[in-house]
Design a binder for this molecule. Structure first.
Ligand code: ITT
Length: 197
């Protein structure tokens, strides 16, 4: 299936490609007039509401264009710290910009609760049917920034399924086996394969 990923985050596209290509799908970024469209995101309502809002806006944008009928993928994701209910969650990218990864480490150090998880909600639609899938990746927050691979919170996130290194140190090969995004994409792929489709 040719999938147009409506996101402004190139890293998400690369990760989705790496996960979905082996399953027989192609993934490329959605471009409208050569640009990645911006979406209104009701972040205060959480990841799922943001993903739902984004897919409806993306489908509206391609209506009447040559892209109408293509499959659209959206994904909203964030990191959730055990010490702070629902934080930063859907506001992860804003919080990263505001206080930086060192600011996050400082808050976790003060709370002494290091548990955390990445969550992703992905929705795919061909314009008439919708498939939704979620993925979670458990782990903890490191006490310093380690590694330069990946993006966002990767240099401070130590996945439970890893060997004690951060995603920033482990890199794409390991991350794409166990990440929240991988699990959400795998779930979508399974839904596409299921006979009830
Ligand atoms: P789009 O909304 O355009 O898809 P975005 O980067 O703004 O791109 P989100 O609103 O879903 O994406 O915010 C996701 C943020 O959560 C991201 O910017 C990171 O700060 C964090 N995040 C999500 N998944 C991550 C991952 O795999 N590794 C590191 N940080 C991640």
């Amino acid at each position: 299936m040719r999938i147009l990923f409506a996101t402004g985050n190139e890293n998400k596209i690369i990760e989705a490609q790496e996960t979905l290509a082996p399953l027989g799908h192609t993934v490329e970024g959605l471009l409208i007039d050569g640009k990645r469209p911006d979406f209104n995101e009701p972040k205060e309502l959480g990841l799922e509401a943001v993903a739902e809002a984004k897919i409806l806006q993306a489908l509206t944008l391609i209506e009447g264009t040559e892209l109408q009928g293509s499959a659209i993928l959206v994904e909203d994701s964030g990191i959730f710290l055990d010490a702070f209910p629902n934080w930063p969650g859907a506001k992860s990218s804003d919080v990263e910009k505001e206080i930086g990864l060192l600011g996050v480490i400082e808050r976790v150090n003060k709370s002494e609760i290091r548990g955390a998880e990445f969550r992703a909600v992905a929705i795919l639609s061909d314009g008439s049917k919708f498939w939704k899938s979620k993925g979670v990746c458990r782990g903890s927050i490191s006490d310093e920034i380690k590694g330069q691979k990946g993006f966002g919170y990767d240099p401070i996130f130590i996945p439970s399924e890893g060997d004690g290194r951060t995603f920033g140190e482990l890199g794409a090969e390991v991350k794409n086996q166990i990440s929240h995004r991988k699990k959400a994409m795998q779930g979508l792929s399974n839904l596409l394969k299921s006979p009830s489709r």
